[in-house]
Design a protein around this ligand. Structure first.
Ligand code: GLC
Length: 520
């Protein structure tokens, strides 16, 4: 069903068959790359493994998946309001955001990016958190906000965590390009809160910690109430979804009759226990060996932006070594490990959309100083395009398999999947492939893939508002007052007051910057 090669009538749905002037060479290339093509049996086995690992993790048995309880039992309901600070840490840039919400809508989103140096990303964790606090101070100065200002904060921390509550989580392991070993096992909310206090910001209260996929789900639900899954296909990859609370066994603290709860899957680690080793090629092993975190985040290495370019590079290198590519070019031109970014993959794929043109591929090769007709010819271009398409299609297929398992797990038939991330946004065929593949894998579901930009930032504001709603409600329940409506309204007013305070004192700040962030 989800077979890989097709022809032009498929409307770019599949990967075009490789046809070269030299037919023998085409056969050799295809033979060398055949392991990148998943058989129907393998597709089924990947889905089965994902399903089983999800259940095992929820039952607190051994699994490569975290299936982390986020303690967020509900999605936005349109009553969210107030002014919040948000920290968004997950990539090489870190963002501080000032958000203003009223009636579940964003009135303002004002932000600043801060660069995180290699020393901070790979050094002592305390320095990293001190740096985050210094950035908050800088941001508050810039926005004329007094350091002792009382303001709630949401912390988007896009790494695997062991959560103890909405506002307490230990880092399980760093991923992507971070590695500050001393932070592993520490409560990152406490680290942040301590650094903020130390830097004079005593009244900022970190209300919640969340992952970017959770933020994307929540922002997605604000945009479309049918959203049940949030997904990131960017530098890293992961998904979160709304699970039935009775299926979730790990629950620290009291339950309050929650029907659902958001689960952060951490699917990047899928396969770390070897369950999908049957799809692992020599190329994947090579990428893993050269990666910062070896034998970890197996699935992510097949699908995410940090790795796709490197997978393509490694495969192309193996073809060079077999004399099936760049037979005339100097070896020095070939990009060094990790120097062939995933943006090149997207560019090369653009040619598949333009009636199999060569323009974008040639531009990519130009960047590496290759000269057409001297270092390479038409057949080399076709081999590069074929390789790039196979690696991309495999990524789309693997993500689709897991998405379809999630959809099939839900009772709803109409489900929106909120997605964000550079690979999803910039890869020209990925979305199309995913739509087709998920349709084939979940024929009885009516799903919709929706771009939910900046869920990692906006989600922090929304989850902070939800956290306040829940806290107020739980206090009321504990005090024997079950009048949720009043509790929420009362709280809303209080937050509104804060919003007014912000506007009253710092009008120029908030109003002066209407930049709604569009990138991820
Ligand atoms: C990595 C992180 C995960 C995050 C994803 C997308 O996989 O471990 O927490 O959601 O990247 O940023």
């Amino acid at each position: 069903m989800c077979g890989v090669t097709g022809n032009a009538q498929d409307g770019n749905y599949k990967v075009n068959d490789l046809q070269l002037k030299d037919n023998k060479r085409a056969q050799f290339v295809k033979e060398s790359l055949k392991n990148l093509i998943l058989s129907n049996e393998q597709i089924e086995k990947v889905g089965e493994a994902f399903k089983q690992e999800m259940s095992s993790a929820l039952d607190e048995k051994t699994s490569s998946l975290q299936m982390e309880n986020t303690y967020i039992p509900e999605l936005p309901n349109g009553s969210e309001e107030g002014t919040y600070l948000a920290l968004d840490l997950g990539g090489t840039n870190f963002r501080i955001i000032l958000l203003e919400l009223a009636n579940g809508e964003f009135l303002k989103e004002d932000f600043k990016f801060y660069h995180i140096s290699d020393e901070a990303r790979l050094g002592c964790g305390i320095e990293l958190f001190n740096y985050l606090a210094e950035c908050v101070k800088d941001f508050m100065t810039l926005k004329n906000m007094p350091f002792d200002m009382k303001i709630p904060m949401g912390f988007t921390f896009s790494f695997p965590m062991k959560q103890h509550s909405l506002h307490s989580a230990e880092l399980v392991t760093w991923t992507k390009s971070f590695n500050c070993p001393s932070v592993v096992g520490c409560d990152v909310v406490q680290l942040l809160q301590t650094s903020l206090r130390k830097h004079g910001m005593r009244n900022i209260e970190v209300l919640c910690i969340l992952n970017d996929t959770t933020g994307t789900l929540v922002e997605g639900a604000r945009l479309d109430a049918k959203t049940r899954i949030g997904m990131i296909l960017g530098t890293g990859s992961n998904a979160a979804f709304l699970e039935r609370a009775d299926r979730v066994h790990h629950w620290e603290g009291e339950r309050h009759g929650e029907k659902n709860v958001i689960i952060d899957i951490e699917w990047g680690a899928f396969g770390d226990k070897g369950t999908i080793d049957f799809i692992r090629t020599e190329h994947d092993k090579e990428v893993d060996n050269g990666s910062l975190l070896k034998r970890s985040f197996t699935f992510e290495k097949y699908i995410s932006g940090k790795y796709l370019g490197e997978v393509v590079r490694v495969v192309l290198k193996s073809l060079c070594d077999k004399n099936l590519l760049f037979t005339k070019a100097s070896k020095d031109l070939f990009p060094a490990p990790w120097k062939f970014g995933t943006d090149n993959v997207s560019h090369i794929e653009e040619d598949a959309l333009n009636g199999c043109s060569n323009t974008s591929t040639v531009k990519v090769l130009d960047k590496f100083n290759y000269r057409f007709n001297i270092d390479y010819d038409e057949d080399d271009i076709k081999v590069i395009q074929y390789t790039t398409a196979l690696v991309s299609y495999r990524a789309a297929l693997l993500v689709s398999i897991c998405t379809s398992v999630l959809l099939n797990r839900m009772t709803e038939t109409d489900i929106t999947v909120a997605v964000d991330g550079s690979v999803y946004k910039h890869h020209p065929r990925l979305k199309k492939w995913m739509v087709q593949l998920i349709k084939e894998l979940s024929p009885e579901k009516n799903f919709h893939l929706m771009l939910a930009e900046d869920g990692s930032g906006k989600g922090a504001g929304l989850v902070s508002a939800i956290a306040q709603r829940i806290n107020t409600r739980n206090v009321c329940i504990t005090n024997g007052n079950h009048n949720n409506g009043h509790a929420m309204n009362g709280h809303g007013k209080e937050m509104n007051g804060l919003g007014k305070h912000m506007n009253g004192h710092h009008n120029g700040v908030v109003n002066g910057s209407n930049g709604i962030h569009n990138g991820h």
